[in-house]
Design a protein around this ligand. Structure first.
Ligand SMILES: [Zn+2]
Ligand SMILES: [Zn+2]
Length: 261
């Protein structure tokens, strides 16, 4: 059965942040299982491993989750917390994989990739993805769908033979055409960057807004991710879990969370 795995469930600063001593960061220092690395996921299907986003924490994520082989990389958008781990793959490709690694990029990010990582041009095979196109990997189909973020950003609809999972780590609500695609999904894994006030209402969501979006699209289960835990209001994982326990079918993501699809 294909397996979807959340490698990182944190927003841009991660938890703990090296410069922060809020209760959420203290909780994670004391209990490393509450650490939230920057956002990313993987899909394993028929011995094919697709990496979704390459966070600055990529190396530790791969080691911790025993991922020893990558067949494709799919980037949702060109923000530091989602792309900056690409350099971690240079030695893997040169020493182990040998062949170029397919890298699916937002079309608008191709030029930025080329200027940011000129030394990686010979290890990746660049494929600009297209919204609405279906990309088949093993038994699983990935479709990039338009998200509401500050730059060109895809959420992914991930379909196996039986299940549908929508993965939207960076979005503020969903455009109407995207809502239709994800309606009734078995899982909506959703941007819930803010607890309390949403500083960036045009590009991210709060916990409450994410719960509401899950209801609106009739997701069977809503999983909150891209959690800052400490932007406008600090919240520990313990407190967040207890706050969302009053909503049916809503879960808080954690690093290493696995969903069989
Ligand atoms: Zn972003
Ligand atoms: Zn992000």
């Amino acid at each position: 059965m294909p397996q979807f795995r959340i490698l990182g469930s944190g927003a841009g600063t991660g938890v703990p942040s090296f410069f922060c001593s809020c209760p959420a960061c203290q909780e994670a220092r004391e209990n490393p299982e509450y650490t939230r690395t920057r956002s990313g996921a993987s899909v394993l299907t028929n011995n094919t491993m697709v990496l979704i986003d390459a966070s600055p924490d990529l190396r530790s994520q791969l080691v911790k989750n025993n991922i020893t082989k990558i067949d494709s990389v799919f980037l949702s958008h060109w923000h530091y917390d989602h792309f900056s781990g690409l350099g971690e793959l240079e030695y893997y490709v040169k020493l182990d994989r040998i062949e170029k690694l397919p890298l699916y990029l937002p079309p608008s990010a191709v030029a930025q990739f080329e200027s940011a990582f000129p030394n990686l041009l010979d290890i990746f095979n660049i494929i600009p993805w297209q919204f609405g196109q279906r990309y088949q990997f093993g038994e699983v189909c990935l479709t990039p769908l338009v998200a509401n973020h500050s730059i060109e950003t895809a959420g992914l609809l991930i379909e196996s033979n039986e299940k549908r999972l929508a993965y939207f780590t960076d979005t503020s609500g969903l455009p109407e055409e995207t809502e239709k695609f994800v309606s009734g999904a078995d899982w909506l894994i959703c941007d819930a960057t803010f607890y309390g006030k949403n500083w960036y209402p045009h590009s991210h969501m709060s916990v409450e807004q994410a719960v509401e979006l899950g209801r609106q699209v009739k997701a069977k289960e809503t999983i909150l991710t891209h959690l800052s835990m400490h932007y406008s209001q600090a919240v520990t994982t313990e407190a967040l879990k207890s706050a969302v326990s009053r909503y049916p079918n809503v879960l808080v993501a954690h690093d290493g969370m696995v969903i069989e699809i």
